[in-house]
Each structure stands twice: as C-alpha cells, then as structure tokens.
Design a protein around this ligand. Structure first.
Ligand SMILES: C[S@@+](CC[C@H](N)C(=O)[O-])C[C@H]1O[C@@H](n2cnc3c(N)ncnc32)[C@H](O)[C@@H]1O
Length: 582
C-alpha cells in the first residue's frame, strides 16, 4: 500500500512512536487522533494503521515524487500561502468554514488554521493519495505542537474534485462564514489530451460552447477555471470570501462571464504574482479574491501582489469588456469604425531568400550569407515590428523583393523584365515550394501576401503587432523616393499626401487614442494589437475632438488649410471612396 510516499514530520513520527501501544486498532487510533487534531477518520482501514507503524519502524517514510503534469501540480509554497492568508485576514477574520477543493500538500489549510481561530469546519479534497496523507500529517503535527489551539472538525478526502459532492457540503455549511481557498490545477483539457490523461470532468459544456464543441464537450478550457466555476456555483450565496490562485486568463474569463453567470460576487480583486519566483513556471497567474453573497458585479481591480500598487480596474463598461474602466469611460467616444483600413504587411514565409541586407559593394547578402546581384526595381526597404521604435523613419536594415503588386498577380513578367531577379528566385525555387501554408498552394511562383495598392503608398502610419506598445511610427519614402514596405508583424494605414499622413500620425499618437487603446487592450493577451482593435479607432471622432488651435505648435509646418483638407476624409461624399482607397 502506497500510503506514505510523503514527508512525515519528526513530531508526527514521535507522536506515533510514543502512542504505539495505544494504537492497537484503527478505531481507537482514529478517536485519539481526532481529539489531538480534529481530523475525522484519519485511517480508513486497519491496514493503513499497521502499514504506518511498520514504515515508522523501518524508517522508510520518504520517497521521490513522480511527474504530476497531468494534475497541473504546482504546490503553493508555505511563504506564499501565509502571505495570501494574511491578505485575506485584512478583509475578514471570522471564518467558520474553510474549503480547499484541491488541497495538495495542505499549505493553505495549515496557514488558515494558524491564522483563523474561529474555524469550526475544514474540508480538503485531493486526488493524489500521498498528498492526502501529507496534509493529514501536517495537521496532526501542527496540533501536537499547539495542543491548546481550537480544533475544528476536519475532513481531508481522497476524492476527485470533479465528482465530489460540493453541493451537499454547501447545504451543510450554508450558515457558516465561508472561505473557499486554493490553487486548482494549472492545466487545460487540451494539454491533458496531449498526454492522454483522463483527469477531466465528464463531458461538459460549462462554458456554453456552441456547435461541434458543445456536442463533444471538447471546447478548450482550463481545469482551474472549471473548478473555480464549480465553487462559485455551489458557494456564491454563502457569506464569505472566494480566494484562488489562478491563471490570469481564468480571472479574465470569470469576470467576462459574469455578464451571463451573475454570480453573487463583488469587490473582486486580481493580485498579480510572480509565477517564475513562486512556482518556477512562466505562466501569468494571480490571486483572485472576491466577496461572496453580494450584489453581482462584473468588474475587477488589479494590483501587484507584492507592492499592492493599483494597476487598473477591468471588466464590463455598459456592453464592452475593457481593460481599464476609467480610461474607457474617458475615451469611449472614439470607439467606432476607422475610416482608414488597417492592413498588415508583406507575408512571404521565405525570409532567408526574400530578405537581405545591403553589402558594402552595393550588392545584397541574403539569409544564407550569399551575395545576390539583382535589378533594383522590385527591391524595397522592409521594416519589421522591432524597427518601429522611432517617431518617424525612412531607414531600414533589410530589403525584400516585391514580386507582385496585388495578390495572385501572375509573376511570369519577372523572367523577361528582370532576368537577374528571376534567376535568383528561380535558383531558390525549392525554398518557395517548401512553404507549408495552404495560402501558397496553386498560386503563381514566388507569390507573396499582404500586398496591394496600399503597400505602395509613400507615407504610412505603422504600429508593431508584436509588442505591447501602442506607439505609431510615421514611415516615409526612402532616399530614392521609393515606398518602404512593412512585414506581416506590423499594421499600417497608407497615405499619398505627406501632410495627411502627419496629421493621421499625430492623431493616432494623441492622448485620446492612446488612452482608448490602453483601455481596450489586455496587456497579457497574445498579439494584443491586431486589426480588430485598430479598426475600432474612429478617426472622424478623434479629429472632431481635437482643436487645431491647441495642437498647432506640435504639428510644425501643418497649416489650418492642411487640417481642413484632412477633414475632407470625413465628408459624406468622400466616405465610401476613402474606405476603398486605403
Ligand atoms: C496547483 S496544485 C495546488 C495544490 C494546493 N491547492 C496548493 O495550493 O498547494 C493542484 C492540486 O490539484 C490536485 N488535483 C488535480 N486534479 C485533481 C482532481 N481531479 N481532484 C482533486 N484534486 C486534483 C493535484 O494533485 C494538486 O495537488
């Protein structure tokens, strides 16, 4: 029986050694342990008691821990557990019932026992038997060291959180001031799929997925989110607090889904933790705390866990889910549709051949360090996300070949018009043929994407889609007067007229647009700057909200006439034309 693959502390071993004679049968042992530490049914069967006695005699009570990836197993260290409990006690201290639905090695239960004197009942649930034992031994050890402390009724169940009857426990404890605390598994059902784990709830549609995902119950969801929702469903009408360490994405989903779930939670807080330091993993996670049995709210204040510095308050503002309620409130007037169409840059999936640097002898050097000698005509400067740091630029590090002026254009012309370019491309045809994306299938040789008339606009207002920064760069033509291209990690709007581009660039970087972007972009989302976000900038409204007389000094050389001409973009007759132009 593998019941002692766990650390048993010295005081517990002494406790069993000293009481060895009294522990002749399981019933007596359980009664004695209950009176020592409050834990019910410490041993389930006589064999467990005997096994423990033998192990202690053999001195073999420590073993290696197996890989527990399937269980999203990141145990909360003692220090962090205590810090969390300390923070909770700054909000409420009179808890009568504590529930840890996936209690692991029990550090939260211990920290709660140490901090809260009023607890009458504790329930811990854990699927991994050695942890169940470890938790029970820790509790016993704690009370051996603190015999005068109040002993609640404690049950540590070796059960599966997905099937455990939490609803029943909720009924029994409905009048208790409740603390739901824990750190549920950090793993998604699809990650579990890749390791063939069956540590999953039965087919479920708790996220109300539609279509195929609903039928199969296969929508990707986080196990921690599932357990959080299970807890809120069962206990949101209890007085008390819910406090979980969970991934940031789970907190965001809980608040976002409040619109439909309407759990009785309020005063929600998200306190960002350093998961690398605490758990040695690179996952954005935080402590989520919310007050139960409150008028439902759908906003959440975000802080740094260690400094308590307020970062933002995110959630629902009318019918929009935003990262900063305050900023959105001040900037939502420009939440609309951009008259300028934001485009992403050139995509070719063949960088080693299609991107090169100028060499000192006036030629080019490609990604394989090979010199190439081709005509200039199809060669353009190329900027990547990392090049968009300046306010304005006409410099580039790399160049590229623009083989088409629009998507799907026949590329045969290159052979007779630009024989050197053709021979370079054709000599490396295999690299183009190897491109995996299906967009290139059946298309002319050396096809590129993200190309159109807009790519050749001489002036562009551009932003990186790879970084969190919301700053825009004005890209102008190169020294020879050729437009500079952007790669597919960037977004831009293009202009024929320099002054128009300067005004659009000024407006994009204005406090109003920057505030708006900050308000709707969630800093931890991947590719947070994207076309959908940018298309929400209503330039017409930004223009209307900006008084030329007040900003004239910042737009050197731009006259009131230029400003008025820019306003023509928004005249009714121009609207339709412009939309297709950009
Ligand atoms: C992230 S760890 C945290 C443990 C503990 N709550 C803490 O804060 O240290 C998640 C725990 O959930 C347990 N677990 C995973 N799947 C479970 C399930 N289906 N039922 C109960 N516990 C489970 C794991 O064994 C692990 O101990």
């Amino acid at each position: 029986m593998n019941c002692f693959e766990t650390y048993i502390d010295h005081s517990v071993i002494s406790f069993f050694q000293e009481n060895d004679k009294l522990f002749s049968n399981v019933t007596e042992a359980n009664i004695m342990i209950k009176s020592a530490c409050g834990v019910n049914d410490f041993f389930n069967v006589q064999d467990e008691l005997l096994a423990l006695k033998n192990k202690i005699k053999d001195n073999s009570y420590r073993v290696e821990e197996p890989n527990r990836r399937a269980y999203g197993d990141f145990q909360t260290n003692k220090k962090l557990s205590s810090q969390v409990i300390e923070y909770i006690s700054s909000k409420q201290i009179d808890f009568e019932f504590v529930l840890e639905p996936t209690c692991g090695k029990g550090n939260f239960i211990l920290a709660a026992l140490e901090q809260f004197e009023t607890i009458k009942k504790i329930v811990g649930v854990e699927i991994y038997l050695p942890y169940v034992w470890e938790t029970k031994f820790k509790i016993l050890s704690y009370f051996i060291d603190h015999p005068d402390r109040n002993k609640p009724e404690i049950n540590i169940f070796h059960e599966n959180a997905f099937t455990f009857p939490y609803k029943e426990i909720a009924k029994q404890t409905q009048h208790f001031k409740t603390l739901i605390i824990g750190n549920p598994p950090w793993v998604t059902n699809s990650e579990l799929g890749t390791i063939n784990s069956n540590n999953l709830p039965k087919k479920t549609n708790f996220k109300n997925h539609r279509g195929f995902d609903a039928i199969t119950g296969k929508g990707n969801f986080d196990i921690g989110e599932y357990i959080s929702i299970l807890m809120l469903k069962s206990f949101h009408k209890h007085d008390g607090l819910f406090s979980f360490l969970i991934k940031n994405s789970v907190v965001k989903n809980i608040i976002s889904d409040q619109k439909k779930n309407k759990f009785k939670i309020a005063n929600s807080e998200k306190l960002n933790i350093d998961s690398k330091k605490e758990f040695n993993v690179s996952v954005n996670a935080s402590l989520f705390i919310t007050t139960l049995n409150s008028n439902p709210e759908s906003i959440c204040a975000e802080y740094d866990f260690y400094t308590r510095q307020h970062i933002t308050t995110f959630g629902w503002h009318k019918n929009k889910f935003v990262n900063s309620i305050k900023d959105y409130h001040l900037a939502n007037i420009i939440d609309g549709n951009s008259i300028f169409i934001w485009r992403s840059g050139i995509k070719h999936d063949c960088s080693k051949i299609m991107e090169f640097m100028p060499s000192s002898d006036g030629h080019f050097i490609n990604g394989y360090n090979l010199a190439l000698n081709i005509e200039d005509d199809l060669v353009y400067g190329l900027l990547k996300s990392s090049d968009l740091k300046e306010r304005q630029t006409n410099q580039y590090r790399k160049l590229t070949i623009i083989t088409q002026r629009k998507i799907g254009q026949d590329t045969k012309y290159i052979q007779w018009k630009y024989p050197l370019t053709y021979s370079y491309l054709n000599n490396h045809k295999e690299y183009f043929d190897k491109r995996k994306s299906s967009i290139y299938k059946g298309k002319p040789s050396f096809s590129i994407f993200g190309v159109g008339d807009y790519s050749f606009k001489p002036y562009k207002v551009a932003i990186s889609g790879m970084y969190k920064t919301t700053h825009f760069t004005l890209v102008t033509t190169d020294k020879k007067g050729k437009p500079i291209m952007l790669d597919d990690t960037c977004y831009f709007i293009g202009f024929d007229d320099y002054n128009n581009a300067r005004i659009a660039h000024y407006l994009a970087n204005s406090e109003l647009v920057q505030r708006f972007l900050r308000s709707i972009i969630f800093s931890d989302s991947k590719r947070s700057i994207n076309k959908d976000i940018l298309m929400r900038i209503d330039f017409e409204e930004v223009y209307r909200q900006t008084e030329f007389a007040l900003i004239e000094g910042e737009l050197d050389g731009i006259t009131i006439d230029d400003w008025v001409i820019f306003g023509d973009f928004f005249s009714k007759t121009n609207h339709v034309k412009q939309m297709s132009l950009f």
